[in-house]
Design a protein around this ligand. Structure first.
Ligand code: NAI
Length: 462
């Protein structure tokens, strides 16, 4: 039996980042992981592999649509699906091994197996019981199923099965126009699959700024994705090679069906806490099945903490990472803190979509007086040079003080560009601060500055 200051359960972005920070702050740390490799959903079956497939399929899109325009003639590449999956697996391997290296470097013990908590201060893995002053649950989330839909990860798949289909399907129905549905739907649409997205709401990407959401849907439609909106999926019937999706249109209650070779269920995720023994311990849960925590990630049971997808808040790897670091600082006696008002959200389609802070809809509801600074990528020379003029940046600032309240954009490298606004918001900056900052030319980031200028005396290039 080993004894630790901290045992973290789960090695996803919340768990592994938390473990590294705990170790850096001098705490004797172990991390329990039952999967063969470290990194959790994000590295093994989520963020990283999907980004590999998005990258590869985007290259194909460029070859098919833009190469000839630039004088690059010749046959477009054909898809060797096995090789594409091998590339994706190699990317996973490099990243998960990287975490293993970081664990060794920081002297963190990887306890291999699935953990349960028989009592506060004890973590059981297999037949062994380990002791820890603090136990942190970072067990993440899993896809939430839909009633009437049985997932076999071959014909009816979640994001996990969608990353390793036996072949590129001819047709695919995606249930849910959220982040997973649109990223994976984009991958397959680019590879030649006829993709139809069936969404319950009348707009895609719930919670996103409405103007961006509309533009995004229009852009994806131009790329070949089809949308059936306001449609509640009732059930999916599947054989070994095909599936039939039954849905009800909300506007008139009419029933309809659609067939597909593969159905991707992307209707959200739920906390994964199976087998931890939380009920017996009396750990309080929220109504939505998350572990309830206070502002310092402590549960109601002394010595047990929780972070990441298993607790409240957006299910995002970087939110979990920040909580991992804050939790470590708290356990080490420092003042860990996460600013939940400045957590960016990114969708890695092409163009990318990114946002931070409040949306116009939220500001209206709050009754806050705000101004809008907008700039189209059509006015950005660099974007035009690389066929990326579609999209725009929108900065929302307080009408009186000019303080930046939010930023929403669709366009090239949006997921990277958003961070200058994140930094600005962390410093409580005004739009004018951003507008007066020299931006290198020619860069996509000039569009950010122009949107900031649009909050004041006006942009130059529109
Ligand atoms: P989501 O919550 O983003 O979207 C689910 C969609 O399914 C919603 O639009 C909802 O209205 C729809 N829906 C639910 N029931 C339905 C029904 N019966 N019929 C039709 N439509 C229905 O969930 P998603 O895409 O599965 O993602 C799960 C989590 O993973 C999210 O929290 C997301 O933020 C996170 N994630 C983040 C990524 C990123 O940051 N790039 C990438 C992948 C996942």
């Amino acid at each position: 039996m080993a004894s630790y200051d901290v045992i973290i359960i789960g090695s996803g972005p919340g768990g592994y980042v938390g473990a590294i920070r705990c170790a850096q702050l001098g705490l004797k740390t172990a991390c329990v992981e039952g999967r063969e490799t470290l990194g959790g959903t994000c590295l093994n079956i989520g963020c990283i592999p999907s980004k590999a497939l998005l990258h590869a399929s985007h290259q194909l899109h460029e070859a098919e649509h833009n190469f000839a325009k630039m004088g690059l003639k010749g046959k477009s590449p054909s898809v060797d699906w096995k090789q594409m999956l091998a590339y994706k697996d190699d990317v996973i391997g490099q990243n998960t091994k990287g975490i293993e290296f970081l664990f060794k470097k920081n002297k963190i013990d990887w306890i291999k197996g699935w953990a349960s908590i028989p009592e506060a201060g004890k973590v059981k893995v297999g037949d062994e019981v380990h002791e820890a002053k603090h136990i942190v649950i970072a067990s993440g989330s899993e896809p939430s199923s839909l009633p009437g839909v049985e997932v076999d990860e071959k014909v009816v798949v979640t994001s996990e099965g969608a990353l390793k289909l036996a072949k590129v399907p001819k047709t695919m129905v995606v249930i849910g126009a959220g982040v997973i549905g649109l990223e994976m739907g984009s991958v397959y649409a680019r590879l030649g699959t006829e993709v139809t997205v069936v969404e319950y709401l009348d707009h895609i990407t719930p919670g996103m700024d409405a103007e961006i959401s509309k533009t995004f849907q229009r852009t994806l439609t131009k790329q070949g994705l089809k949308f059936i909106m306001g449609a509640a999926v009732q059930k999916v019937e599947a054989t070994k090679t095909k599936a039939k999706v039954a849905y009800k249109l909300r506007k008139d209650d009419s029933d309809a069906t659609i067939d597909a070779d593969v159905v991707l269920v992307a209707t959200g995720r739920k906390p994964y806490t199976d087998g931890l023994g939380l009920e017996a311990l009396g750990v309080e849960m929220t109504k939505r099945g998350q572990i309830a925590t206070d502002g310092h990630y402590a549960t109601n049971v002394k010595g047990i903490y929780a972070i990441g997808d298993a607790i409240e808040g957006p299910m995002l790897a970087h939110k979990a990472e920040d909580e991992g670091m804050a939790m470590a600082e708290i356990l080490a006696g420092q003042k860990g803190h996460v600013n939940y008002g400045v957590i960016p959200g990114v969708i890695y389609t092409h163009p990318e979509v990114a946002s931070v802070g409040q949306t116009e809809e939220q500001l209206k509801e709050e009754g806050r007086a705000y101004k809008v600074g907008k700039f189209s990528f059509m006015g950005n020379a660099r974007a035009k040079a690389v066929f990326a003029g579609d999209g725009f940046v929108k900065i929302l600032a307080d009408k009186e003080t000019d303080r930046i309240l939010g930023c929403h954009l669709i366009g090239p490298m949006a997921g990277d560009l958003i961070h200058e606004v994140c930094v600005a918001m962390e410093f409580g900056a005004a739009a004018e601060d951003l507008a007066r900052t020299c931006h290198a030319h020619p860069t996509f980031s000039e569009a950010m500055r122009e949107a900031a200028l649009a909050c004041g005396d006006g942009p130059i290039h529109s």
